[in-house]
Unconditional design. Structure first.
Length: 1040
């Protein structure tokens, strides 16, 4: 066949086996070595273009911080180019503004711009804030991989907390792959300087004066250099006291040359910071910590390193016990093991199918070897590309397991067919492999070009699936190389000659009759195919849409929101009730409750200022592995019980730690926004798709508001800044940057000046606080200001410089995110919101819309690229249309499979649809390529089509069954961790069944239609096209 000369690679390989053997031995060794070094992770490396600006101001209310800090920061950063979204969260003492940039922006450059913008407005911000922090956000930093509890009965709370902050953190951060250790619960040691208001007033002292004096004297500093005896000496000023007793004896200036000892106006002693968070394990007080890994590190290696270090710590510190509360690596390991098992099972089943058809163990072995020989070199490319074994690449490897054997099946089937007719294996391999070369190349590239666009999808989803598309493409390309070089080589030297040659059996039976009927009744057959396709589209509304399939992990999350003004004892009581409820359940092994925020490694504590949000927390419930009920069953059983716990908002979170459904409302009018959120919450309660709708933002809490009286304050020279400084220091202490530090070994312990605890609950004590006047004296706070109660927000959320309220809910069992979103969008409040209020799609809903849109573009691009490749290979614009006509035949089976298994349209099922594009095209290519060759050899079109179906039906059915068998273990999802991949396999198997059955009948029919159209169109085009060479004009003889 003349057109096959350019594909004679197989003949070269058969005649030159040593170079081929050396090549693949090298690839296999390189792949095995690379496999050992590939990191095992949950997610691929993704560069999130996000920068956070964090500002803390001790004791500041959210409303105050929004006005004075958050809005100026948002206005400043909004002018930076490339900003996509600006989100801010304001809680007591902390304002965090998160800026998301468009994909492709230089994040380091944008970070520098952000720092410059914040520096420009620093003078506009309050003076008493901690310096603003501008940092890039890494996805791995935001998601700790482990939560661990520590118990040590012999240690005090402070001692155990410092043990975690110092010993544990230093030890774990020395382990490879560990980035940060953050403490949960516990206390931070402080030197408490508890001032006596009466004694302070008697001496005319203010809390600010005491704090300033301590900071000025409790200080070590360099003093330069001095030469003594010809030797240069450094000078140090050591002002810091070494004991608490010395601190008590420190003198404080009172003005007019008078001094007073610190112990005369304050009680000085060792103590701890205010409790702004705690941790409980099964009701017992513990100190916990969370471990985050570095971005490039393997989850599995990092966890192993942490466990090894903890074992060393337990051995070196008898009485200390570490308990792993939660580890996301458990799920990562399960997914990795499930993929390994699925690959092995899929290879075995695919080989079994090949043996069933060929009934030759030698041919089966050659075909089966194509799978590992194609797969292992893929690891080498993954290693060179710095990919990891993660949820995306494991999905890719699972997907290609059936494809890797397809090309080898087509090659070996064609060779084996020639051997059966009496050819020697060597000659059969020489002729048979290259005879089908064009079809094999075309089928391979039809799959490669389908998945190439996936790697270049826009947004975060494009980064997420870059490794997926590249892994699939590389593995399939290796399968092509194996099919063109290794398979025919092994067939030539390994197959045995057939001692009893035989010719092909006559093409009879049901399929021949159906095919003849379809070719004789083309219009009716085409109409039937069209009706089936339209009918399959009718199944789409019946399929729910979701972001990803819900698994059944061995843990539950409960979100905890305490009531306004809740204290530490209030939240401890709530934590105990939650623990008791879940400990009664037979499926529960451990209950870990954490309230408040975490403390970073080596930090002395949150200090007096911000602390954690004492009203917010999370309960992590660990479930038994082998339990008769699912996590959703437990949720449904206990949801009503959670509602009975008084004075607290409780709700289950999804398995990623977030709400199952979220609807965001934004607006400039806080009152209208709050009213709209309440109405949305009320209307959502009527929907069956969601449960327990509530606002993510806690309700307003009580505030004490101090309003200076301008005339009186101006007369005495008392500034608002001075009032705020005095009140803050007296109640919670100064910010960490401004407090004096007590040195004890490697520790720098804050010296916190404030009122005694009983005075901080007495409003009269607050009113009588002394504030400095311009004359150098002092006056009481209530003489220059009015003090009153009012309600204010406990937390403020903002989106793109507007107020934001998020209404969240759980998804009821059986419903997907897309169904819930559609139901909420139909609510009256969403169609007609109050003036100035707008629904916003951000977060999961935005990501899902971006993902589905990206896959839509990828599918369209894939079809276009398949057509382009086929045009180049077949040198025709019309024959590729015949091949593409098979694509719709796969849709109905995929939809039907998802419906039967009660699965949703999600990330994996969309990937399955992409794969079906290539697989359906593959079947058509085998038919069309053979029919074209037969026509070139002089056959009539009808006979060529019949012969093509006769010769290529078996390899098509074989590859379909092999692909289905390879995907079957994934479709059954018998192992834990396989739920994510199941929809992909079900969609592929369902689509393969219908596309194989229908394409074997409809493709020949479409071939006839397209060929008739081409024959009709060619003469018309010929009259429009200029001839290649214009006729020559005769030259007159007189000009010669």
């Amino acid at each position: 066949m003349s057109d096959q000369r350019s594909f004679a690679f197989s003949a070269w390989a058969i005649r030159n086996p040593i170079p081929v053997a050396v090549l693949f031995i090298g690839l296999l060794l390189g792949g095995l070595i690379a496999y050992q070094s590939l990191a095992v992770k949950m997610y691929p490396n993704i560069q999130f273009p996000i920068i956070a600006v964090t500002v803390t101001q001790a004791g500041a209310a959210p409303g105050e911080m929004e006005t004075q800090i958050t809005r100026p920061v948002e206005d400043a950063v909004a002018s930076v180019t490339g900003v996509r979204n600006i989100q801010s969260v304001v809680t007591q003492g902390v304002s965090t503004t998160t800026i998301e940039f468009e994909i492709g922006e230089n994040l380091q450059k944008k970070t520098d711009e952000m720092r410059s913008k914040v520096a420009q407005i620093r003078a506009q911000l309050p003076r008493d804030i901690d310096e603003p922090q501008v940092n890039q956000i890494e996805v791995d930093d935001a998601a700790p991989i482990m939560t661990i509890a520590v118990e040590a009965p012999a240690m005090s709370d402070d001692g155990l907390s410092w043990f975690v902050d110092d010993t544990v953190a230093r030890t774990l951060q020395s382990a490879e792959g560990v980035a940060q250790v953050s403490r949960v619960g516990g206390v931070a040691r402080e030197i408490n300087v508890v001032i006596d208001p009466d004694r302070m007033a008697a001496r005319g002292l203010t809390a600010s004066q005491v704090n300033t004096a301590l900071r000025a004297f409790q200080f070590d500093a360099p003093g330069g250099r001095f030469a003594v005896g010809g030797r240069e000496q450094t000078i140090r000023i050591l002002g810091s006291v070494e004991t608490v007793a010395q601190l008590r004896d420190m003198t404080i200036p009172t003005g007019g040359g008078q001094f007073v000892r610190l112990s005369d106006v304050a009680d000085v002693g060792d103590g701890a910071s205010d409790v702004r968070g705690f941790a409980r394990l099964n009701g017992r007080p513990v100190v916990g910590f969370q471990v985050s890994k570095t971005k490039e590190a393997s989850d599995v290696d990092a966890e192993d390193a942490v466990h090894a270090k903890l074992a060393e710590l337990e051995k070196a510190n008898p009485g200390v016990k570490f308990s792993t509360i939660f580890s996301s690596v458990t799920e990562t390991r399960a997914s990795f093991r499930a993929t390994q098992n699925v690959l092995a099972e899929g290879m075995f089943l695919a080989a079994l199918v090949v043996f069933f058809f060929l009934r030759d163990w030698r041919a089966t072995a050659i075909t089966a070897l194509a799978m590992p020989i194609s797969l292992i070199p893929t690891f080498l490319v993954m290693g060179l590309a710095n990919f990891s074994l993660n949820i995306v690449t494991l999905l890719a490897l699972t997907l290609v397991i059936g494809i890797l054997v397809d090309d080898a099946i087509v090659e070996i089937e064609n060779i084996e067919k020639r051997v059966a007719r009496g050819q020697r294996p060597f000659q059969a391999a020489l002729e048979g492999a290259d005879a089908i070369g064009l079809a094999v190349v075309a089928t391979t590239f039809s799959i490669v070009v389908v998945f190439t666009p996936v790697s270049f999808m826009p947004g975060i989803s494009g980064q997420f699936f870059k490794e997926f598309g590249m892994t699939v493409s590389v593995a399939v390309l290796f399968s092509l190389v194996v099919a063109r070089l290794v398979t025919p080589l092994m067939a030539a030297y390994f197959l045995k000659a057939n001692p009893t040659p035989h010719e092909r059996k006559p093409f009879k039976g049901f399929y021949r009759n159906v095919l003849e009927w379809a070719l004789a009744h083309r219009i009716v057959a085409a109409l039937i195919g069209g009706i089936l396709f339209i009918g399959s589209l009718a199944l789409v509304p019946l399929l729910p849409a979701g972001f990803q399939p819900a698994g059944d992990p061995d843990y539950l999350y409960v979100d905890i929101q305490g009531p306004p003004g809740a204290t530490a004892p209030d939240m401890e009581a709530t934590a105990q009730q939650i623990t008791e409820l879940f400990r009664k359940q037979p499926e529960v092994t451990n209950v870990f409750v954490q309230i408040g925020s975490t403390v970073s490694s080596f930090g002395p504590g949150s200090g007096g200022g911000g602390g954690g949000d004492l009203r917010r927390g999370t309960a992590t419930i660990l479930l038994r592995e082998n339990r008769p009920t699912t996590g959703n069953d437990i949720k449904n059983r206990l949801r009503e019980e959670l509602r009975k716990i008084p004075d607290v908002r409780l709700g289950f979170l999804d398995f990623e730690g977030g709400a199952g459904f979220q609807q965001i409302l934004t607006g400039t009018n806080p009152d209208n926004l709050e009213a709209a959120a309440l109405e949305l919450e009320r209307q959502m309660r009527t929907l069956p798709q969601v449960a327990d709708p509530k606002q993510a933002t806690p309700p307003v809490g009580p505030e004490i508001v101090i309003r200076p009286r301008p005339d009186e304050a101006a007369r005495l020279g008392v500034s608002s800044d001075a009032m705020a400084n005095i009140v803050r220091i007296a109640t919670v202490g100064d910010i960490d940057a401004n407090v004096a530090k007590f040195n004890e070994g490697e520790r720098r312990i804050p010296i916190r000046v404030r009122l005694p605890e009983d005075a901080r609950t007495d409003l009269e004590r607050l009113k009588s606080l002394r504030v400095p006047t311009a004359s150098g004296g002092s006056t009481t706070l209530d003489s220059v200001a009015d003090i009153e109660f009012q309600a204010g927000p406990a937390r403020i959320d903002r989106l793109n410089r507007e107020r934001r309220i998020t209404v969240q809910a759980e998804l009821n069992g059986g419903y997907q995110l897309g169904q819930a979103q559609a139901a909420v969008d139909r609510l009256p409040i969403m169609k007609n919101p109050p003036e100035g209020v707008r629904p916003s799609a951000i977060g999961t809903a935005e990501a899902m819309a971006e993902l589905f849109g990206g896959f839509g573009v990828a599918i369209f691009s894939g079809v276009a690229m398949i057509y382009g490749v086929l045009v180049l290979l077949f040198r025709s614009f019309f024959k590729p249309i015949v091949i593409l006509s098979a694509l719709p035949t796969a849709v109905g089976g995929a939809f039907l499979g998802l419906l039967i298994f009660d699965l949703s349209l999600s990330i994996p099922s969309l990937i399955g649809f992409l794969m079906l594009l290539g697989l359906a095209a593959k079947n058509s290519i085998l038919l069309v390529e053979y029919a074209i060759e037969r026509e070139r050899e002089g056959m009539s079109q009808h006979d060529a089509l019949i012969d093509a179906c006769r010769e290529r039906a078996r390899p098509i059915v074989m590859t379909t069954f092999a692909m289905g068998a390879g995907m079957l273990p994934t479709a059954l999802a018998l192992e834990k961790g396989a739920e994510f991949r199941q929809p992909m396999a079900v969609a592929v198997i369902g689509g393969l069944i219908t596309s194989t059955i229908l394409s074997l009948v409809l493709v020949p029919v479409v071939y006839r239609f397209v060929d008739d159209f081409e024959n009709w169109l060619k003469p018309k085009l010929a009259r429009m096209v200029t001839p290649r060479e214009a006729p020559r004009t005769p030259v007159p003889e007189d000009r010669l």
